[in-house]
Design a protein around this ligand. Structure first.
Ligand SMILES: [Fe+2]
Ligand SMILES: [Fe+2]
Length: 205
């Protein structure tokens, strides 16, 4: 399940950085706003795919052994949409149409506020998954079942999103985690796909 922990680490690194970016954003700089909006839109897409993989594979497997596990985690996923990501979209829309300093300031504040919420919601949700769910999972499933779950979750990412996600994770990882992730990918991917991803990773510092 190491890959599952790697993606959680990457999400937590990203939300911490996004909070800083939102705090330091120059509200007058349309290019900087567009770059942050693009980064956050991609992050949202990737997080939804990660949640989808949990909801399709991991949670049902756990629910088969312990009922009412899936519901409590899926509740958080749904809550993020309404209470965190919708507010981020609203803030970027506000920055786009703001006329004058007052409106720009209000939209910038909303963006920062929502990024603080994103960071804190993710910290709590992922801590629950790492500290409550993962130990149970290791207890309930043997190594081959765990590999099947991890491979099944990764298999739900379409190849372009998988490549982007792996590149994004790799950029923030230390050498040990990089090696661990590459070993996982080698085990689950067909040779040609693995070669493609390895070549892409070789271009990252
Ligand atoms: Fe989750
Ligand atoms: Fe998760």
């Amino acid at each position: 399940m190491q890959m599952y922990l790697y993606i959680h680490d990457a999400i937590l690194r990203e939300v911490a950085e996004l909070e800083t970016k939102a705090r330091e954003l120059n509200r007058e700089d349309a290019e900087e706003i567009a770059a942050l909006a693009e980064r956050m839109t991609w992050f949202h897409t990737m997080v939804k795919q990660h949640e989808h993989a949990e909801e399709e594979i991991l949670f049902p497997a756990m629910n088969a052994r312990h009922e009412f596990v899936a519901e409590t985690y899926q509740f958080d996923h749904d809550d993020f949409e309404a209470h965190v990501f919708d507010g981020i979209d609203e803030a970027f829309a506000g920055l786009g149409r703001a006329e004058g300093n007052g409106e720009r300031k209000a939209a910038g504040r909303l963006l920062y506020r929502q990024n603080v919420a994103l960071h804190e919601h993710m910290r709590l949700h992922i801590s629950k998954e790492n500290e409550l769910l993962v130990p149970k999972l290791l207890e309930e499933f043997d190594v081959s079942e765990q590999a099947e779950i991890a491979g099944g979750m990764a298999g739900l990412f379409d190849p372009p999103l998988m490549a982007q996600t792996v590149g994004w994770m790799y950029r923030g990882q230390n050498a040990e985690d990089r090696a661990g992730m590459v070993a996982f990918l080698e085990a689950i991917l067909p040779e040609e796909a693995f070669t493609g991803i390895s070549n892409m990773l070789a271009g990252i510092d």
